[in-house]
Design a protein around this ligand. Structure first.
Ligand code: PDD
Length: 291
């Protein structure tokens, strides 16, 4: 029988309740660590190589040595997948700079803390996809290293909560007159049949779903551009989408209480959503992740 509570911590698999770390862990004390969220469909990790490459970039950016190589990560994650009952899962992994007496400078000779778990992954509810999500715009109060998938997510947490308290599903963040991304998602707009998303730089997380959407759009000959989205273009967009590993491609039909386009999920979203579902199914059926 599968042990639903099995998680990985520092070299061993153990029940969740037994997975303990020190209160001096630098993840707890400073938020000094990075993480990944990797969806799995039919027990097969989605775009694993891309997620592991992004993990490496995050680790390099915070000057932390990767504790495992790609083959070791894959083995560990596949073991976690077998310990969870669901066919579709969300893998979470986190690496912190380990446990040491509290001091801002990096500790010498301290092994990192490595944690991973897997939970069932549910796609966005059909009712939400039918009516579309609502979003509010908020000032992007985050730091200037948003390309690092850092565990220190306090600004993101505050922004998402502000959206929830305004009865919205997500916050779309504005910085220097342009939209960057959501509190935990990337941003796309459609204008006159062209798909537009901001270019990758330090103002946003290089989303794995974002890259796949661009690839799928290119393969379908949908014109797309990576360019800045001024606030006025966001507000007058025909369609707005948010993308993430757990939200997939979410149509936004209300922005700051005003309808987006016709106020219903748009035709280009319908098309891309279908292609994305086909891509997931292909992976479930045992196909390669390259389309
Ligand atoms: N968040 N931007 C931010 C700030 C995010 O936190 C996320 C994902 C994304 C989308 O990235 P991807 O397509 O690789 O999931 C963009 C994850 C899901 C989370 O924190 O739970």
């Amino acid at each position: 029988m599968k042990n639903r509570n099995s998680v990985y911590l520092n070299g061993e698999f153990l029940p969740l309740a037994e997975a303990k770390i020190s209160v001096l862990d630098r993840g707890f004390i400073f938020g000094d660590g990075v993480y990944e969220v990797i969806p799995c469909y039919g027990r097969r990790p989605f775009r694993l190589a891309e997620h592991l490459t992004r993990l490496q970039h995050s680790l390099d950016a915070i000057k932390l040595t990767n504790p495992l190589n790609a083959a070791e990560w894959e083995k560990l994650l596949l073991q976690l997948i077998t310990r969870c009952d669901a066919e579709d899962q969300s893998l979470y992994l986190q690496i912190t700079r380990g446990t040491a007496s509290r001091d801002h400078g990096f500790p010498a000779n301290t092994p990192p803390t490595v944690f991973a778990m897997s939970n069932p992954l549910k796609p966005p509810a059909p009712a939400l996809l039918e009516r579309g999500a609502s979003a509010i715009t908020l000032d992007d109060i985050r730091w200037r290293y948003c390309h690092i998938k850092a565990i220190s997510l306090l600004p993101n947490v505050l922004l998402r909560q502000q959206a929830l308290e305004a009865d919205a599903d997500e916050a779309i963040l504005l910085r220097d007159g342009g939209a960057t991304e959501g509190a935990a998602s990337n941003l796309f707009i459609v204008r006159n049949g062209t798909l537009i998303t901001p270019p990758k730089d330090n103002r946003l997380l290089p989303g794995i779903t974002r890259d796949l959407v661009l690839e799928l759009a290119e393969a379908a000959n949908i014109p797309c551009r990576e360019q800045g989205i001024p606030e006025a273009e966001l507000r007058s967009a025909d369609e707005i989408w948010l993308t993430s590993s757990t939200k997939e491609i979410l149509p936004v039909t209300r922005l700051d209480s005003a309808p987006v386009g016709d106020g219903v999920p748009g035709p280009l979203w319908q098309q891309m959503h279908q292609r994305y579902q086909q891509y997931k199914q292909h992976l479930r059926d045992g196909g390669e992740t390259d389309h």
